[in-house]
Design a binder for this molecule. Structure first.
Ligand SMILES: Cc1cc2nc3c(=O)[nH]c(=O)nc-3n(C[C@H](O)[C@H](O)[C@H](O)COP(=O)(O)OP(=O)(O)OC[C@H]3O[C@@H](n4cnc5c(N)ncnc54)[C@H](O)[C@@H]3O)c2cc1C
Length: 270
């Protein structure tokens, strides 16, 4: 596996916590002033030539477009859907608004050197951990032993869903805000980065084609639509495959358990 990863990507697989990964990215930024922490978006106002983002501290940011990469509970998504329905009633259906659904719960934990557990209510997590304490993780270890050694842990919902409508006006969505997958094949964050890269490539081409002139709203919409068309089908496939692996790993039915125990261990890495 390691050799194949190096051959195809040039790097080996590296497991690290999200905050460590974010620190590596942040440290590599040349202009850190663009990253502003603790600034909450409260509202977005579309104007004919630009868009205004109203922050919780009542300051206003002005720009040509808003890329909402604000996670599974996305505020930008809510605002986008409301504005789309205001300008064209019924364009975002109730079904679409609720299409990112929770089908699974997941016990997560980190067993390392950090001693604190935070203020999270751990009752549900501990109850569930107790139920699966005897589940073998290897020939010599059961889940309960690993759970006791955790430094942090929680029971979290695992949502999944890929929206049909990814943009409206000068607003566009990326990442978990628009395509949420289960974490079992570790493609959620990777897909978020892939979407942003595809979107930036389309915007870059548009800006070059404009030769310095500001794009019209129609040109911007054309560019954003091309991004959506390039990504949506791929993300539906990723979601379906991730959901299948989740079912297998969760032993969702006796058949999936059979696949998990008797087929997956003998399946090739690729
Ligand atoms: C247990 C688990 C393990 C995972 N493991 C992997 C893995 O190994 N590999 C992988 O690729 N993916 C993994 N994922 C998935 C990955 O974490 C997500 O897909 C990824 O973080 C999505 O990135 P995002 O930028 O879209 O959203 P997020 O990472 O959720 O970031 C959203 C950001 O928006 C900010 N925000 C939210 N609302 C507002 C607002 N109103 N105003 C301003 N800012 C706001 C938040 O503070 C946050 O910083 C895992 C997920 C889980 C649950």
């Amino acid at each position: 596996m390691s050799e194949r990863t190096i051959a195809s990507h040039g790097y080996d697989i590296l497991l690290l916590e999200r905050r460590q990964f974010l620190k590596v990215l942040y440290d590599g930024l040349q202009n850190k002033s663009r990253v502003q922490l603790g600034r909450n978006i409260q509202d977005i106002v579309e104007c004919p030539s630009h868009v205004q983002v109203i922050m919780a501290d009542e300051t206003v940011e002005k720009g040509d477009m808003v890329i909402g990469c604000d996670g599974v509970h996305s505020m930008v998504r809510n605002l986008l859907q409301n504005q789309a329905n205001k300008s064209k009633p019924g364009s975002i259906t109730a079904t679409e608004k609720t299409s990112i659904k929770t089908s699974w719960k997941c016990l997560i934990g980190v067993a390392g050197s950090t001693p604190e557990m935070g203020d999270r209510d751990m009752t549900d997590a501990n109850d569930l951990a107790e139920q699966v304490a005897d589940h073998p993780l290897s020939d010599s270890m059961v889940f309960g032993e690993l759970w006791k050694r955790r430094s942090r842990g929680a029971l979290i919902p695992l949502e999944q869903g890929v929206l049909e409508n990814w943009h409206h006006g000068r607003m566009v969505l990326a990442g978990d805000a628009v395509h949420k997958v289960t974490p079992n094949i570790a493609l959620g964050g990777n897909s978020a980065m892939e979407s942003i890269a595809v979107l930036c490539n389309h915007i870059n081409r548009m800006v070059n084609d404009q030769s310095g002139a500001k794009p019209s709203l129609a040109t911007l919409n054309h560019t954003i639509s091309a991004y959506r068309d390039e990504r949506a089908e791929r993300m539906k496939k990723v979601m379906e495959f991730s959901n299948l692996i989740t079912k297998i790993q969760a032993w969702d039915t006796p058949l999936y358990r059979f696949v998990a125990e008797w087929i997956m261990p003998y399946a090739p890495d690729r």
